[in-house]
Design a protein around this ligand. Structure first.
Ligand code: AMP
Length: 425
């Protein structure tokens, strides 16, 4: 099955080829023809399945078929986070480079004026986070009355983040007659109810079974004393010679602290979370992508929608409170067609959380143990005591030999330093 067989026109096929894709992913095989035919779509697909191209390509094709002189906004893509907005925007621009359509991205945390200027110059497609979009509506700098296609991307995350009222306000501003596409990794009752309000009789596409993690992710659990998690993490990264790893913590403060500690262990690290400016987040992400930062420590919200190609390792430094977040987190690895590994460091008090996750997955995650880091009976909640017993191998002794990630050029080193400076500041 090729992209051409899905009914895409040559100018899109050319852009796809330049993106380096040879065969459509399952969600693309299902979604592209359905959207081209004008169906409403309810798609169960998490990040990493190729869902963005699954909606961007047919939306571009439909809009490019005829372009009204007045150039109203004809497609609106709502996303939960700024990072996802930026990534979806990039995708539209890359796939649409041989069309004459224009795309704008709108999100908070940055000045509104440049966005107003862009909107004035007429755009066909708008990718937006709900809050900032409503700011533009309030200022009458955007008119949504001619929207033909609405996409809700990562709809479950948008509801988790409390955007439901904003979404409903936005829906009221759109024409009744339109095509609706909803993408969500999970289908909770609130998502079902939103879908019912949004569309009659949608075509349903499910590429990963409900609430199931991608098969290609090798998941493991390591029980460890709480106070020794950081040491075990440094050791694991160094010993395994991990080139790139995304580490999840529960709090922003925890993310900062862990990144600083790992840095002291000799691992180039940075934290990404909601308290950082958009500029700092973008820079940190760029440093991580180009390899000048080896360990990216993130909170759930900051990591939503992060698209990092070929990310081989994800570590849950702390388990999430909501089991579904586990699925989202580990979905950051094993992207389209690659294998990935997800390790969870679990201390005594997190065992109930692990139980909930395993209940959701309907499977037990395999346990592993690193010699020297076994949980000593009775020491679980007493990290001090555990630390007095020396590990068989201290991470520090290995770290001297760790191969640092390759730097592509000198300039990047400067960027990386700036990124780290941000974190400390
Ligand atoms: P997404 O699920 O949209 O976040 O996409 C996940 C990753 O897969 C992105 O890095 C895309 O560039 C990549 N991708 C999308 N479609 C394909 C394809 N047909 N073949 C290979 N990679 C793809």
């Amino acid at each position: 099955m090729s992209f051409a067989e899905l009914g895409l026109v040559p100018k899109l096929l050319r852009a796809i080829e330049e993106a380096g894709y040879s065969t459509p992913t399952p969600i693309q095989r299902e979604a592209i023809p359905a959207v081209l035919e004008g169906h409403n779509l309810l798609a169960g697909a998490q990040t990493g399945t190729g869902k963005t191209a699954g909606f961007a390509l047919p939306v571009l094709q439909r809009l490019d078929e005829d372009r009204p002189e007045s150039r109203p906004v004809r497609a609106l893509v709502l996303v939960p986070t700024r990072e996802l907005a930026a990534q979806v925007h990039e995708s539209f621009r890359a796939y649409g480079r041989y069309t004459r359509l224009r795309t704008a991205v709108i999100f908070g945390g940055v000045g509104i004026n440049p966005q107003i200027e862009t909107l004035k110059r007429k755009v066909d497609i708008v990718i937006a986070t709900p809050g900032r979009l409503l700011d533009h509506v309030g200022q009458r700098t955007i008119d949504l009355r001619r929207v033909e296609i609405l996409v809700l991307d990562e709809a479950d995350r948008m509801l988790d983040m409390g955007f439901i009222r904003d979404i409903r306000r936005i829906l009221k501003l759109l024409p009744h007659e339109r095509q609706n596409l909803l993408f969500s990794a999970t289908f909770s009752d609130p998502i079902r109810s939103l879908t019912q309000d949004l569309m009659d009789d949608p075509l349903e596409v499910q590429v990963t079974p409900r609430n199931k993690t991608a098969d290609r992710i090798r998941q493991t659990v390591h029980f460890v004393d709480k106070g020794r998690k950081r040491e075990l993490l440094s050791y694991t990264i160094g010993h395994g010679n991990w080139r790139q790893v995304l580490v999840f913590t529960r709090t922003k403060h925890g993310a900062n602290r862990l990144a600083e500690q790992l840095e002291k262990d000799g691992l180039t690290s940075a934290a990404i979370h909601g308290n950082k400016s958009q500029g700092a987040r973008t820079r940190t992400l760029a440093d991580f992508k180009d390899g000048s930062v080896r360990v990216l420590v993130a909170t759930d919200i900051a990591a939503r929608g992060l698209d990092i190609e070929g990310l081989p390792h994800v570590v849950n430094f702390e388990l999430p409170n909501v089991p579904e977040d586990y699925v989202h987190r580990i979905g950051r690895t094993a992207r389209a067609g690659e294998d990935g590994e997800a390790l969870s460091l679990v201390c005594e008090e997190e065992k109930p959380l692990l139980k909930d996750i395993e209940k959701l997955l309907k499977t037990e995650i395999p346990r592993i143990t690193t010699p020297g880091y076994e949980v000593k009976p009775g020491s679980a909640s007493e990290p001090q005591k555990a630390q007095q017993k020396p590990a068989q191998r201290r991470p520090g002794s290995d770290l001297g030999n760790i191969r640092q990630p390759q730097r592509r050029n000198q300039q990047k080193t400067g960027v990386s330093n700036r990124g780290r400076g941000d974190r400390r500041g």
